[in-house]
Design a protein around this ligand. Structure first.
Ligand SMILES: [Zn+2]
Length: 249
């Protein structure tokens, strides 16, 4: 007995709907493909529109902020149009977002802004991270912690490193800045926006840092590096309390 195209339509739409949602794409609305949301091809059984969708997905740069596009190259199973993929993705994202930074344990990967993407293909999860700066020892620790937590939840995981666009301290979220201040650590000021070569300076950077305890401006830097290279040590001019400052980069 021949398959009834109308009966396949709902399943087709469900599968494609998951793919579109994962790639942050919407149903095409160009006139030549107007039928795809209802009928494609002559009798609703052709898939010409898939070429258009594949092209749109391929031109989206893998690893860009907010992008969930990864290179599949046929290695991963096709996304399943079931509630399982959605719940695996939600679980993986919740676990990944909550992994703490070992150097600034009050901050999570989400607070730091280094989580570039989470995708789920069946039970398989791919997480993309961006290093805060090259050589940061915390990244290896965070990768390991992330993989352990996802494995403990029964998920097969691959953690990928995304280098472009580079992270800057501007990516620390508002919530992350509040958590730093609440912990007595001054959050970073605006990151310098450079084009071309990076200038090297022999004298320490001059910043107007406010005390996270009393709010007084004009704190004095007492050490260029604190317990970790990403923080400097300051002393408040008003209350005389020492405190750490997360450097802007
Ligand atoms: Zn103070």
């Amino acid at each position: 007995m021949a398959a009834d195209p109308a009966g396949l339509r709902a399943e087709f739409d469900a599968v494609i709907g998951v793919v579109l949602a994962e790639e942050d794409l919407s149903w095409p609305d160009v006139p030549a493909l107007a039928g795809v949301a209802g009928r494609a091809g002559r009798d609703g059984i052709h898939t010409e529109a898939m070429g258009y969708l594949a092209g749109r997905a391929a031109e989206r740069r893998p690893g860009a902020p907010g992008s969930h596009v990864v290179s599949r190259r046929g290695r991963e199973p096709a996304p399943q149009a079931s509630g399982d993929t959605v719940s695996v993705l939600a679980l993986a994202r919740e676990i990944a977002e909550a992994v703490p930074d070992p150097e600034l344990p009050m901050l999570t990967l989400a607070d730091l802004g280094i989580l570039r993407g989470v995708s789920a293909y069946g039970e398989r999860v791919i997480v993309s991270l961006t290093p805060t700066y090259s050589g940061c020892p915390a990244l290896a620790e965070m990768r390991g912690d992330l993989a352990r937590r996802l494995a403990a939840a029964g998920l097969q995981t691959e953690v990928r490193t995304v280098l472009s666009p580079a992270w800057s301290s501007d990516w620390i979220t508002a919530a992350g800045r509040c958590k730093l201040a609440a912990a007595g650590i001054a959050p970073p000021g605006p990151a310098p926006h450079r084009g071309g070569p990076v200038p090297l300076a022999l004298s320490p950077a001059r910043r107007d840092v406010a005390c996270p305890r009393c709010g007084a401006p004009g704190a004095e830097q007492t050490a260029a590096c604190s317990g970790t290279a990403c923080k400097a040590l300051y002393r408040c001019a008003a209350c005389r309390e020492p405190f750490e400052y997360v450097k802007e980069i």
